[in-house]
Design a protein around this ligand. Structure first.
Ligand code: GEK
Length: 246
């Protein structure tokens, strides 16, 4: 059982920037499920996609793993011989809990894929040859000027035939589309029990920390990083997930 996210339910005189600290780690599964439309489908599908592209004896990376939901899904789905997962996050509170979740999963699944959890900054991390890389709602938290470098390093580390699974909140250049999907996203949060105060305070906390791009910016950057083609495989409101091919 995880705690209910009520971190923004009481009024603050000043809303501090959002941080992945112990308080957030405690409520994270509830927070992300009630905030990201399609999250459970994306998590389950990441396992399925990874099972298609994982190459025997290769590494799979889960970058910005938080509590390891994508890692757990891949451990359930991937059956390629000799693969192992390296999950990385720079928030110690997330890493600690992620390790606990994986130990709990070990007790439930026989022969789950081996997975290690590393505390580290994914920007500049020395990635080894790998067949699948997951950036599930992580790139949007990386400084914009560091995003191309990170994607280029991922592209260089990927084996021929390898893929990057990239999920992000999207911005839209067309103001009507932006407004319409933003409003629908707030409606999604209201329907999941968040109050107007919670929605407003979370928005102020996150606006300097999470900086979404447009789909066109992603596609352009993926090309610049050396991916041959990329396409969307999922979109719900202003949240999408793409596959980028080597
Ligand atoms: C999931 N993928 O549930 N280095 C390492 N970790 C980072 C960095 C960085 N430079 N920047 C941010 N993070 C997860 C959800 S959450 C998305 C990912 C969200 C980490 C950060 O600590 C956090 O755990 C994660 O990226 C983003 O499938 O909260 O909307």
């Amino acid at each position: 059982m995880t705690d209910v996210d009520n971190l923004f339910a009481t009024p603050f005189s000043q809303v501090a920037d959002f941080a992945f600290d112990e308080k957030v780690a405690r409520v994270f599964p509830d927070m992300i499920k009630r905030s990201v439309p399609g999250y459970p489908t994306i998590i389950e599908s990441i396992g399925l996609i990874a099972s298609q592209y994982a190459q025997p004896g290769s590494i799979i990376y889960d970058l910005g793993c938080s509590l390891g939901a994508a890692t757990q899904s891949m451990r359930r789905h991937v059956s390629s011989e000799g693969c192992h997962i390296i999950a990385i996050d720079n928030a110690e509170a997330m890493v600690e809990r992620c390790r606990e979740y994986l130990i709990a999963q070990d007790a439930m699944i026989e022969e789950a894929l081996p997975a290690q959890v590393v505390t580290g900054d994914i920007v500049g991390y020395p990635l080894q040859a790998c067949s699948v890389v997951v950036l599930n709602f992580t790139l949007q938290f990386v400084k914009p000027e560091e995003r191309l470098k990170l994607l280029s390093l991922i592209r260089q580390a990927l084996l021929p035939g390898g893929v990057l699974i990239l999920s992000e909140k999207l911005n839209f250049a067309d103001t009507n589309t932006q407004k319409s999907l933003e409003e629908l996203h707030y409606a999604f949060k209201r329907a999941n029990g968040y109050s107007e105060l919670e929605i407003a305070q979370k928005r102020s906390a996150i606006e300097n920390v999470m900086l979404p791009d447009t789909l066109e910016q992603h596609q352009q950057r993926l090309r610049e990083a050396g991916f041959s083609h990329s396409h969307t495989w999922f979109q719900c409101l202003n949240f999408c997930s793409m596959i980028a091919h080597t």
